[in-house]
Design a protein around this ligand. Structure first.
Ligand code: EPZ
Length: 417
């Protein structure tokens, strides 16, 4: 059980390095199941979600080894995982399905878990795999799939990131050509496609709404360096904006956070894109309106951190969540610090400019937990952030240490103390 003691912090300043993207690394590691050669992934962040997926990959019969920040996955004979309960702990666990099915012609998986931000169905994954020729049988909480995959034309009712990734991976070894229409355009989808192509796949159109895959006999190993984490970069930029700081987030890719940068500039902060990253300076004062959408729209993963930015702005900001049905769990917690936020019909109305006073918060999910950590930086006095499920360490490598290196007064406390 983790807890953090956060005190009102001075202006953050300095430079901080962003880690590789959790949501790129997870599907890329799963892609290691598509070949009997070693797939080596560089700069893999030390976060719990990665450790959980590596455990699942081992359970699928892959040889997994870590050397520093490099991870090697080698799946000579992949098989379905034996321990269904580990799949429940990680939403990304569903991404082993396409690769195992494509490699072996059969797969049996449990339903994935993940944050409580929504129901998180997998119907689009199943429909797409059925279109590729898989027979799907539901046996309790398990899904049994079988069949040799053949190319197909698939239309996704929603531009699902995970479904696009799963189907793209499955299609690489299918016989014939596959087209995925209304595909997700997220940078992490493009990164996966780039890695798959390095492994010998023939994918075109990743990042557009239409992805085409020409199936091949086999894929081979590769060495791949994933993209930087745009959500971590955004979270660090928000930390600077709420403390009137001046921070350079080294390694951040401005193209991946374009919608966030425009929104932050609307609040009055200055943004400078440099060859080594993104610098934010000044403070957020002007209220704003935003709506979360699939990429390149405003990212849902940045909605909670931006709620804290809105608390600094003088006036009412509106944040509409359109991607997940339960992604305002941070609101009730922020109210414990005196935040005035009303939620109606998936719109958070934030009355900014009121002083926040330190208190005790409990993390509810990954991005909400990060938002609460940011809120502790601007609340007067001390804030204790309890994180019994270890949400923050699931998705951020060394977030407290990175904030502390910029001047934040924050420390991880052992609850036994
Ligand atoms: C990925 O989740 C990310 N996770 C999420 O990040 C991110 O918020 C999300 O994409 C949206 O960008 C990883 O990449 C590991 P979706 P994913 O399928 O793939 C509905 C974080 O904090 N849907 O694009 O699960 C679904 O319910 C996490 O790092 C179906 O209806 O998201 C949701 O409303 C949180 N049926 C919407 O689509 C399906 O079969 C978007 O989900 C699949 C999804």
């Amino acid at each position: 059980m983790a807890s953090y003691l956060i005190r009102h912090s001075p202006r953050l300043s300095g430079e901080v390095e962003v880690s590789a993207a959790k949501n790129a690394v997870l599907p890329i590691l799963a892609a290691g199941l598509l070949t009997e050669d070693p797939l080596i992934v560089r700069q893999v962040p030390h976060i719990t979600d990665v450790e959980m997926l590596l455990q699942i990959l081992r359970d699928c019969g892959a040889e997994v080894s870590r050397s520093g920040s490099d991870v090697s996955v080698c799946a000579m004979q992949p098989q379905s995982p034996h321990h269904e309960e580990t799949m429940r702990r990680l939403r990304a666990s569903i991404l082993i399905l396409g690769p195992i099915l494509a490699r072996t012609g059969s797969a049996c998986v449990g339903l994935p878990g993940g944050c409580a931000i929504g129901q998180r169905p997998i119907d689009l994954h199943m429909k797409g795999l059925q279109a590729l020729g898989a027979q799907v049988h539901a046996v309790g909480g398990m899904r049994q799939l079988s069949g040799r995959l053949t190319g197909a034309r698939i239309y996704l009712d929603l531009p699902s990131v995970g479904a696009t990734e799963n189907l793209m991976m499955a299609a690489t070894l299918a016989q014939g050509d596959t087209t995925i229409e209304n595909a997700a355009k997220e940078p992490e989808v493009v990164d996966l496609a780039n890695c798959l192509n390095l492994m010998g796949a023939r994918i075109a159109g990743a990042g557009t709404g239409t992805v085409t895959v020409h199936g091949v006999e086999r894929l081979h190993g590769a060495v791949y360096h994933p993209i930087p984490d745009r959500v971590e970069a955004g979270t660090l930029l928000c930390a600077s904006a709420i403390t009137e700081g001046s921070v350079l987030v080294r390694g951040a890719c401005a193209e991946h956070v374009r919608s966030l940068l425009f929104k932050l500039q609307e609040t009055g902060v200055g943004i400078r894109e440099t060859p080594c990253g993104i610098r934010l300076s000044g403070t957020a004062i002007a209220p704003f309106e935003l709506r979360t959408l699939a990429y390149p729209g405003f990212p849902t993963d940045m909605q909670a951190p931006m709620t804290v930015v809105a608390l600094k702005c003088h006036g009412q900001s509106l944040l509409q969540e359109t991607v997940f049905e339960n992604r305002f769990m941070h609101v009730a917690e922020l109210a414990r610090l005196g935040a005035r936020i009303r939620v109606e019909n998936n719109v958070a109305m934030v009355d900014g400019g009121t002083e926040l006073k330190g208190g005790v918060l409990k993390s509810t999910d990954l991005r909400a937990g990060a938002a609460m950590m940011l809120a502790g930086l601007i609340a007067t006095g001390e804030t204790i952030l309890q994180d019994p499920s270890g949400h923050i360490e699931r998705g951020y490598q060394d977030l407290p240490e990175k904030l502390r290196s910029l001047g934040a007064d924050i420390e991880k406390i052992d609850d036994r103390a």
